[in-house]
Structures are given as structure tokens and as C-alpha cells.
Design a protein around this ligand. Sequence first.
Ligand SMILES: Nc1ncnc2c1ncn2[C@@H]1O[C@H](COP(=O)(O)OP(=O)(O)OP(=O)(O)O)[C@@H](O)[C@H]1O
Ligand SMILES: [Mg+2]
Length: 196
Amino acid sequence: MWPINNGKERIHQPNKSKLLLSQQEIKAIESWVSQMWTYQFYKTARQIVSTASKTLKFKYKMIGYGLNRVVYDLNNGYILKIALSEVGLISNANEAYIYNNCNKEVKKYLCPVKEYGLGWIIMKKVDTKVSIMEYTKLIKLELKFLRYGIIPIDLRLDNVGFNENNEMVVIDYGLFTMDLISPFLRRLVYPRANDR
Ligand SMILES: Nc1ncnc2c1ncn2[C@@H]1O[C@H](COP(=O)(O)OP(=O)(O)OP(=O)(O)O)[C@@H](O)[C@H]1O
Ligand SMILES: [Mg+2]
């Protein structure tokens, strides 16, 4: 069980997939996550990905990886991202949190999250071929997130794609920062006020 704090209540997410992953696949992810710490300090990203894929033994095609996550195509319109590092674990949790708690005006620009658990997240698969000419769309997107209180850290062309309606959506928002006005910061600004 792992908690996601949505600002109002704590939601406990059991490490189970209702729809898309088998119990055996979840066990393989758990096994990888429990040992990945030993690799992250002395191996290159490529070596960590190769070790992860040997441990996971998935039948799915690997369609990409970054510094923190390896990505598989589930062949049903969804992709599975698995953490390769502590930042990867946090990124998965952060994407699930942001997608489920952000303002609806910006939600449509985020690649939809279908399911998530400790170390993994399932998102819609989108077209990741993005031309450099789309740069102005990216800048407009950045302003939209800022307007709704989200700081879009690491927003770049590599981290966006196009959905079925040909709209630009962010596929990697693991480092985005929402909730700048957290209860902790509120207490600093209003020391005598109760949590509002
Ligand atoms: N929703 C998606 N649909 C299709 N491909 C995707 C999707 N999400 C990720 N990918 C592919 O997997 C790659 C790595 O994913 P992602 O950027 O989320 O990993 P990361 O480790 O967080 O990256 P970074 O190094 O930028 O931190 C992407 O560049 C893309 O090619
Ligand atoms: Mg990325």
C-alpha cells in the first residue's frame, strides 16, 4: 500500500492492477524495484535498462527509456512505465497525483493515466513524433500550466506527443510541480491560521 495525498484525504493505492497487468507482472516489478537501488550508482542508464529488462522478463516491446524510467508498449493502446531510480519512483507517483488532482483546464494537456502502483504507471500511448516546428505550441503549453499554478519542469519536445485528436499532450510530467501552496508553506505564510 502506498499513499497519495490529494490535499483533502489520503488515498491508499494497493499495488494491484485491476485491468492491465497480471499478478505475475506486478511481482516482477516489485522484485525489480526492491533491487534497483544497487544498480543506480555505478551503472550507465543503458546498463540499468538492460538489467531491468532481464529481471522483468516482459513479453512486451520496449518502446523507449529515459534517465529514470523504462517504457513498454502493452499493445492495447496503453504503455507501461517502470521506475529505474528513486526519481523514477517519485515521477510515477507525481504523475498519478497531478493527473488526478489538477485543474480540468490543464488535465486535457496531460497524457491520461489509466492505472498506477508502486514503481509503475500505465498511460495512454500517443504519437511521439514531434517536429522541431512545434516549438511555439510547446511555449503556449508552458504558459497554460503556469497560469494554473503548475511549474512544468523539464517540459521539452522529447516529453510531449500528439493524442488521437492531434492535440499536444505531455507524456513526461514526473517532475512537474503542483501545490506550491501546500499546508506546510501555508503555515509559514500564516503562522497563526489553521489549515484552510
Ligand atoms: N505515453 C507515451 N506514449 C508513447 N511513448 C511514450 C509515452 N511515454 C513515454 N514514451 C516513450 O518513452 C520515452 C521515455 O519516457 P519518459 O520521458 O517518461 O521517461 P523518463 O525516464 O522520465 O525520461 P527523462 O529522461 O526525460 O526523465 C519517451 O521519450 C517516449 O519515447
Ligand atoms: Mg522524458
